[in-house]
Design a protein around this ligand. Structure first.
Ligand code: ADP
Ligand code: GLC
Length: 485
């Protein structure tokens, strides 16, 4: 089949979180299954460094109309990598900016236009470069593709049989804009109703995608259930519940060619489950990097690599930060985001220079070093559609402590010392005392020479590669195409 991916992020070209990892890896796995895959993303300045010489245009100029003007868009041919064809939507006045979505974790004021343009440009480009059997669109930034296809482009014979699959990576980010966005993006006003794109008197991109896509997926089974409830549905639970029969939870895989301690070029030493000795050198390297090299050998190190936003549950950590720091452990943090959380971590490190250290920045190389050098990995997320870092941690022998929600609950099994089963430590609810109890259980296991190596190995031997999930997506594409055909 020919599948076209459309998303606002794709590793290694442009990444702010796990969406990029998924859009970077799933297409390659599908290509291995024999499918023809194209991936469309915007041409941000950071994508430039992946192109040698002058950009080669697959399409010189597409006209994208808005209410009072047209914009002219090029499509850069990103070449074929690992069997996947990449196209970059080039519109300098819209995408030639330092941030993907806005400065300091905020939003550019014209994001409706930016991603509206992106969606329409992908459709126009596909008409020239090849209409796929399925458009697989990701999150709100690409969610207008199904809306355009079934409204503005409904009578276009070339596009009629193209099916659409929308994957929700995070239901909290919806792309909500003022009602007159309808006119600006040249949609008919009859779309602005409760059963279509209107949501509390806003034009809601994600809702439009949920209504108009043939099939819907999200990134874990548990999150697929959770988002149908008011607690997790971000006010879209009604729409999602109505489409429950078309909504599938498919767990994200991991790209083990990028995330594997046996062959990770970011590390000072490599290691495997059978020969984990190199992890010690990684730990020493990490502690040196974070200025904690005086830490005694038997002190457990808890790593955190995260976008610092409310979703990730660091407010629970903040409530007991002193109790945590008083324990015999160290905490190493790498993250950026919301200034409240950035300042909390800076302050925590300032108060406990001997065992808490934070780098408030985005750095992929250091992210790998934390995965490898830490003993434990903390993800206390209030909700987590899938979560990738806890799955990376398993592979790196870094035992996860997680809140039992979404993909965290689906991927981490509580350690059982009697049976020697399980891969980590979980807590339910949002009570700080429950998090502290999970940390204490983890510390007890860490200090048991009998338990710890086994617990590490259990995680390292788990396989969360893409193979099975790619097959599940393949079945979804076939079903979507069958319904359209
Ligand atoms: P989310 O997509 O909600 O941010 P995931 O766990 O799915 O959460 O994915 C996060 C991805 O982003 C991981 O690959 C992680 O390593 C990366 N990441 C997050 N923050 C940073 C950072 N400050 N530096 C480097 N990588 C980061
Ligand atoms: C989102 C979610 C995260 C998920 C990622 C990739 O950013 O917050 O849980 O792993 O998308 O699907």
């Amino acid at each position: 089949m020919h599948i076209a991916f459309a998303a606002s992020e794709c590793a290694p070209f442009a990444k702010s979180g796990g969406l990029a990892d998924v859009v970077g890896a799933l297409p390659q796995e599908l290509a291995k299954l024999g499918h023809e895959i194209s991936v469309y993303i915007p041409f941000y300045p950071r994508v430039r460094r992946f192109i040698e010489g002058a950009p080669h245009y697959a399409v010189r100029s597409l006209t994208i109309p808005f209410r009072y003007y047209n914009r002219f868009v090029g499509v850069i041919d990103g070449g074929k990598r690992d069997g996947v064809r990449y196209y970059f939507i080039d519109c300098p006045e819209i995408f030639d900016r330092p941030d993907l979505y806005g400065p300091h974790g905020g939003e550019y004021s014209d994001n409706a236009e930016r991603f509206g343009l992106f969606c329409r440009a992908v459709i126009e480009a596909a008409k020239i470069l090849g209409v796929p059997q399925v458009f697989h669109v990701h999150d709100w930034q690409a969610a207008l593709i199904p809306v355009y296809l079934r409204t503005v482009y409904a009578t276009d014979p070339v596009l009629r049989s193209a099916a659409t699959v929308l994957t929700i990576h995070n239901a909290a980010y919806q792309g909500k804009f003022p009602p007159n966005t309808i006119e600006q993006l040249l949609f008919p006003w009859d779309l602005f109703t409760l059963d279509k794109v209107e949501h509390f008197n806003r034009f809601n991109f994600l809702k439009g995608g949920l209504v108009f896509s043939d099939l819907l997926t999200t990134v874990s089974r548990k999150y697929a259930e959770e988002i149908q409830t008011p607690e997790f549905g971000e006010q879209l639970d009604g729409v999602l519940h109505r489409r429950a029969a078309d909504l599938h939870g498919i767990l994200n895989g991991v790209d083990y060619s990028r995330w594997n301690p046996a062959a990770d070029t970011n590390l000072v030493a490599c290691y495997t489950p059978r020969n984990p000795i190199g992890k010690r050198a990684c730990r020493a390297d990490l502690l040196r990097l974070f200025g904690l090299d005086q830490l005694p050998e038997n002190t457990p190190v808890i790593g955190i690599v995260s976008r610092l936003v409310a979703q990730k549950g660091f407010d629970i950590v903040a409530q007991i930060s002193e109790q945590i720091a008083e324990r015999n452990l160290a905490v190493i943090v790498l993250g950026t985001g919301n200034s409240y959380f950035e300042n909390f971590f800076r302050g925590w490190a300032f108060r406990h220079p001997d065992n808490v250290a934070a780098r408030i920045r985005y750095d992929e190389g250091i992210a790998h070093k934390v995965e490898a050098g830490a003993d434990l990995f903390l993800m206390p997320s209030r909700y987590e559609p899938c979560g990738l870092n806890q799955i990376y941690s398993l592979k790196y022998g870094t035992v996860p402590i997680v809140r039992a929600t979404g993909g965290l609950d689906d991927t981490i099994e509580e350690w059982n010392a009697q049976k020697a089963t399980g891969t980590g430590f979980k807590f339910a609810g949002c009570e700080p005392k429950d998090l502290l109890a999970a940390i204490d259980r983890a510390l007890a296991a860490f200090h048991s020479p009998k338990e710890w190596p086994r617990l590490m190995r259990n995680g390292m031997e788990r396989d969360y590669g893409w193979v099975n999930s790619a097959r599940e997506y393949q079945a979804i594409y076939k079903e979507a195409a069958r319904r359209r055909g």
